[in-house]
Design a protein around this ligand. Structure first.
Ligand code: HEC
Length: 262
């Protein structure tokens, strides 16, 4: 009987440890409770939240306060990994510019006692951890630079340095600017010839490059609104309207992917 009680106690304690959400920032681990009780935790209202697409109020910690300063000199990119296979490569300069008039990044922390509502078209919220931006337009912060369901933040080298196969195969300046669009908007979910860590969608470069089996109008339609091309229950790519991804950037992206298919 006593053995059974001990076993139950052990099971319950390990369950409660596993249930507490934690975020890893450059090898250091934080629990939601620990972050929420920090003296620098503030309440912020984000007028036009990129994921909820409405005004949201969060308890949040300034992201810069969580990043060890010394790392900045060696690495120029912050790798944000979500629990669902989404991995964004965020330029560190985008975060540091917040201290000199740019958009300010915050780590929003979901209080388990007051959970956030579910994301549009999803069953779950953006929690337990979510990078949000105050005045995103000041630094032109893009939609995929608001990683939600965040599990870790790690300092890394820039994507082109880590994965030279991302370099544009075309000398056309339009294709070359499309490479940056691909890294910001597509690489978080799609690898390209093995480059990147995103695992939500298929590799768009191999075995067959995407522009060898999808037409240009078809690709444009998928990027704008995948559900307008084909539908099924597990549809995880939500698409990008002209406000998130202007036509000129879509043109550049198409030129880049065409060049990569040669
Ligand atoms: C949030 C993750 C996510 C982002 C960001 C994303 N995709 Fe996708 N994409 C997917 C997933 C998942 C699929 C598989 C189909 C589905 O679930 O919609 C997919 C499918 C596709 C397909 C169809 C591939 C095939 O072989 O059927 C294309 C083409 C595509 N994406 C291109 C892009 C491009 C270009 C970008 C950047 C502008 C992009 N995606 C951004 C998740 C994403």
């Amino acid at each position: 009987m006593r053995v059974l009680a001990v076993l139950i106690a052990l099971a319950v304690s390990s369950w409660s440890v596993a249930a507490e959400p934690v975020l890893t920032v450059d090898q250091k681990t934080y629990s939601a409770g620990e972050l929420l009780s920090r003296p620098d935790a503030v309440s912020i209202t984000v007028a036009d939240d990129a994921s909820y697409r409405r005004s949201m109020t969060y308890k949040a910690v300034p992201l810069l306060a969580l990043l060890p300063a010394s790392q900045g000199s060696r690495y120029d990119t912050l790798e944000a990994k979500a629990s669902d296979g989404f991995v964004a490569q965020i330029p560190l300069s985008l975060v540091t510019r917040g201290s000199s008039g740019g958009a300010v990044a915050y780590l929003a922390v979901e209080d388990p006692a007051h959970p956030w509502s579910a994301l549009p078209n999803e069953k779950k919220s953006a929690g337990p951890f979510y990078v949000v931006w105050d005045h995103p337009q000041r630094s032109d912060v893009r939609q995929e630079q608001w990683p939600f369901n965040l599990a870790s933040l790690t300092f890394v080298e820039s994507p082109l340095h880590r994965w030279p196969q991302l370099a544009s195969r075309s000398t056309d300046p339009l294709a070359q600017s499309g490479q940056k669009v691909f890294v910001a908007f597509c690489l978080p979910c799609h690898q390209l010839k093995g480059a990147g860590l995103g695992k939500m969608g298929p590799d768009l470069g191999q075995p067959l490059p995407v522009m060898q089996y999808i037409t240009e109008p078809g690709l444009r339609a998928i990027v704008r609104n995948p559900a307008g091309v084909r539908t099924w229950p597990e549809q995880h790519m939500s698409g990008f309207g002209p406000q998130a991804l202007p036509d000129a950037e879509l043109d550049a992206l198409v030129a880049y992917l065409k060049g990569m298919a040669k």
